[in-house]
Design a protein around this ligand. Structure first.
Ligand code: GSH
Length: 274
């Protein structure tokens, strides 16, 4: 178990499962889907990312990078959503052993592009934060990468950076589509596994952005199948703020009308590089 020693030593006294998570964070969504699939109860600690609660001293003493999710299991702290889902599933189910390490690794690597594209194609719908709040975040958060990311977002991402993220994301989805082309129902074969769970939030997120999944029909059908599972409702949809999701849909429609939506970037325009 990739356990880390917490700065906040009081975490070591916690009993049972404690999850620090955010309602619409994709990394939190995959953890909650595993919890729902395996029927494990947990103590929920919601971290409001919009209010920058992850920049507080107290939260950064829990998660050294000031990100969600973080899990404490009987006093043992684990960060990184892929490590967390492997830990949670491994204890009580076959979800981990039937998964494919390569697909978990790919989902992990896809996170940075998902983040960039989420900010560009969904979060830009909201007005920029007040100057004081943006400055307070820069002072309080210790994650230099995250702080630079926020500054880049405020300044506007370079088009090449968006193009590259779209092209890599497209390559990832095409890879999944090619695996499913042999008729298998799930990403790793005949049984539902962590491979599926790791990718479900990405599909959900890119659907919000209006990603053209009709180009990868096997993947589209797979998502129709897995999104019928009760765990998708319980671990993901039930946490979704429908007002926010509605605002995202309106913004996606606006960008489509203006011809600046996600399908006008990277390989979605030029086609995959072969
Ligand atoms: N590799 C990490 C990534 C964690 C991460 O980026 N979390 C996001 C939410 S999915 C976050 O905390 N974002 C805070 C922010 O953007 O300010 C994991 O898989 O747990």
């Amino acid at each position: 178990m990739p356990e880390i020693d917490p700065k906040d030593q009081s975490l070591k006294t916690l009993q049972g499962l404690h999850l620090w998570h955010a309602p619409m964070s994709s990394c939190s969504q995959r953890v909650r889907i595993v919890l729902a699939e395996t029927g494990q109860g947990f103590e929920s600690h919601l971290v409001d990312l919009e209010k920058d609660e992850h920049a507080t001293e107290a939260y950064q003493a829990i998660h050294p990078k000031g990100l969600v999710p973080a899990l404490v299991d009987d006093g043992h702290l684990i960060i990184e959503s892929i490590d967390i889902i492997q830990h949670l599933a491994g204890e009580v189910s076959d979800l981990a052993v039937t998964s494919t390490p390569e697909l978990l690794d790919l989902a992990d690597k896809a996170q940075l592009d998902l983040k960039l594209l989420t900010f560009e194609f969904l979060f830009r719908a909201a007005p920029p934060p007040p100057k004081e709040a943006a400055e307070a975040f820069q002072r309080a958060h210790k994650n230099e990468w995250l702080k630079q990311f926020r500054l880049d977002f405020a300044a506007g991402f370079a088009k090449e950076r968006i193009d590259e993220a779209v092209t890599r994301t497209d390559a990832g989805f095409r890879h999944l589509n090619s695996l499913l082309a042999d008729g298998r129902p799930y990403l790793s074969g005949d049984v539902f596994s962590l491979s599926d769970i790791a990718w479900m939030p990405n599909m959900h997120r890119f659907n919000l952005m209006g990603w053209p999944f009709e180009r990868t029909p096997h993947l589209q059908k797979w998502f129709e199948r897995v999104s019928k599972r009760p765990s998708y409702q319980q671990g993901l949809l039930s946490f979704q703020n429908e007002h926010v999701a509605g605002a995202f849909a309106a913004y996606t429609a606006k960008r489509r009308r203006e011809g600046t939506d996600i399908s006008t970037f990277g390989s979605l325009v030029t086609g995959p590089a072969n």
